[in-house]
Design a protein around this ligand. Structure first.
Ligand SMILES: *[C@@H]1O[C@H](CO)[C@@H](O)[C@H](O)[C@H]1NC(C)=O
Length: 532
């Protein structure tokens, strides 16, 4: 065997060697001239290339190599947030040699720790850019330099460390499998369980390494996402009480404006019941009984407009019912009435008082045994000016709440503030910082095994953890089969089954998450499904 292989090899190389000279010899003098033509062309091209090189250098578009040897320096100092690197297509406007060599998808040569936006609709960089270098400083959320990309092909690269998910767009049957040991999953979820109940389950949450959610327990909490700044609570003074009382001749004591009906918190059943005992002006789609003035009809445009605020500020009370009941899930439904100086009647986060201006600035619906009892209380307050005004004292006295003051003072991100990053960009930088930190510990450990590695980072149920949806009042047995609350309960358990199926697939190294439904069928056969 061996000799024949070697012989074949030798004979092949011999033919190649023999072919070249024989070609040259057969073409005789033409071949001789050709040699000089090629040499001349080579020199010409070298001259052109060097000329271009030095010319570009002189006008400041030269390049050198980064430590990783890949990125052109003309982009280097320039890669602030928002600058693009294309991992797949060559850049036409760069000298040939300066083109980054990490062009191919699946490149083994990511130059920097990289965050892949798996759900990419929220990719927080200029549209059309799919790979951007971010240089993060602590005041932006974290310390480190990373690439962020929507290019999913890089996931097999060991420097593709972070995988970013926007909660509302996350689907277990689209999860990035196989999950490599270096993949750190990061969850950004500021929405309610209305959008995705899968995060209500420990089994799902423990798959994430880094979280940014409305829960204060998450790694990078965004509980105050609907509070522009502390002044937002107090800057606008309420209408004087005599003005509000005058309006009461034509208006109900309570206003309700909701366009999203039949949500997991079962709020519309509650409000409908409440309406039997006290007048509620309802301008939204849900339980509508009044029309908004024409000028206020566009909800996106007008909900934060002064005109709209003036309109709702005439009401003494506001129904502020969240669409899902989760600890720390607090939205503009609650913050807006506080801003305009109307007393919120709140149903939502059980610990909401921790984020309120003071302990007497809101009314908790759940403190009353029934909607009827709540109605009686509001009627009493409507007639008692002195008691009513106590709820608005914070407007003059300011914010007592230490936790709120402290959290707002330390917050590095802003809400629509051009000087501060959004919480999306801030979490991206936080993640970058954590990834770089771990990577550096690994590198130090490689050089000196006595240097410690970092312990794993994992989330748990407390980082979202919304309980199973339940009735807003009364007993579930009294609620008709067709009511949505039954659907939300089903959905809750169905999402848990999906989370379990995904974990089983991750644990055995499955590579195709679209097979999730087959996994669910297997679980069904094994009697493991919790949903009906
Ligand atoms: C990330 O989370 C997974 C699942 O909980 C865990 O196995 C892994 O060790 C974590 N990785 C890091 C770097 O913390």
């Amino acid at each position: 065997m061996e000799p024949s292989v070697r012989q074949r090899g030798r004979s092949t190389s011999k033919t190649v060697q023999e072919q070249l000279p024989s070609q040259q010899s057969t073409s005789g003098k033409a071949g001789f001239r050709l040699k000089y033509v090629i040499l001349f062309l080579c020199l010409l091209f070298t001259a052109i290339f060097l000329g271009t090189y030095f010319l570009l250098g002189a006008i400041g578009i030269g390049y050198d190599t980064l430590s990783s040897g890949i990125l052109p320096s003309n982009l280097k100092g320039h890669f602030a947030k928002g600058d693009e690197i294309d991992l797949s297509k060559p850049k036409d406007d760069l000298p040939a040699k300066a083109k980054p060599s990490l062009k191919q998808p699946n490149s083994k040569a990511l130059p920097l720790p990289t965050i892949v936006w798996w759900t990419d609709k929220l990719f927080p960089h200029f549209q059309g850019q799919n790979t951007v270098k971010i240089e993060c400083e602590p005041h932006q959320g974290g310390l480190g330099t990373c690439l962020v990309t929507t290019d999913k092909n890089v996931l097999s690269d060991p420097l593709a460390r972070g995988v970013m998910f926007y909660g509302s767009d996350f689907r277990a049957y689209e999860a990035p499998l196989p999950r490599q040991p270096w993949h750190e999953w990061a969850l950004l979820h500021e929405e309610s369980p209305l959008n995705n109940q899968i995060f209500s389950h420990d089994v799902m949450m423990s798959q994430f390494n880094h979280t940014s959610t409305f829960r204060r327990e998450s790694h990078y909490p965004i509980t105050t996402q609907h509070i522009n700044n502390l002044e937002y609570f107090t800057e606008r003074k309420p209408f004087p009480l005599n003005v509000k009382n005058q309006h009461r001749e034509k208006l109900a004591p309570i206003v309700y404006i909701q366009t999203h009906c039949n949500v997991p918190s079962d709020r519309d059943r509650y409000v409908k019941e409440l309406m039997k005992y006290i007048d509620v002006d309802s301008y939204g789609k849900c339980l509508n009984n009044k029309k908004l003035p024409e000028s206020l009809r566009d909800p996106v445009e007008s909900m934060e407009a002064k005109e709209f605020h003036d309109f709702i500020a005439r009401y003494k009370f506001h129904l502020a019912f969240e669409n899902g009941i989760c600890e720390d899930y607090i939205t503009e439904k609650l913050i807006r009435p506080l801003h305009v100086g109307s007393v919120p009647i709140y149903r939502g986060s059980p610990s909401v008082k921790d984020w309120m201006p003071n302990d007497h600035s809101f009314i908790l619906a759940d403190n009353f045994d029934s909607p009827q009892k709540l109605a009686e209380f509001i009627k009493g307050l409507d007639k008692n000016d002195k008691e009513y005004l106590r709820y608005l004292e914070f407007k003059d006295k300011g914010i007592d709440n230490e936790l709120l003051r402290d959290t707002m003072a330390k917050r590095v991100w802003g809400v629509n503030e051009w000087r501060k990053p959004s919480f999306i960009n801030a979490f991206e930088c936080y993640l970058c910082g954590r990834i770089v930190e771990r990577l550096e510990a690994e590198q130090a450990h490689e050089r000196d095994p006595s240097a410690p590695l970092l312990p794993p980072s994992m989330a748990n149920g407390n980082h979202v953890g919304c309980p199973e949806p339940t009735v807003s009042f009364g007993d579930i047995s009294g609620v008709a089969r067709g009511e949505d609350i039954h659907f939300w309960k089903e959905d809750y358990w169905g999402s848990k089954d999906q989370a379990v199926a995904l974990k089983r697939m991750i644990d055995r190294g499955a590579t195709d998450s679209s097979k999730l439904f087959e996994e669910l069928q297997k679980m069904f056969a094994e009697g493991l499904l919790e949903s009906g």
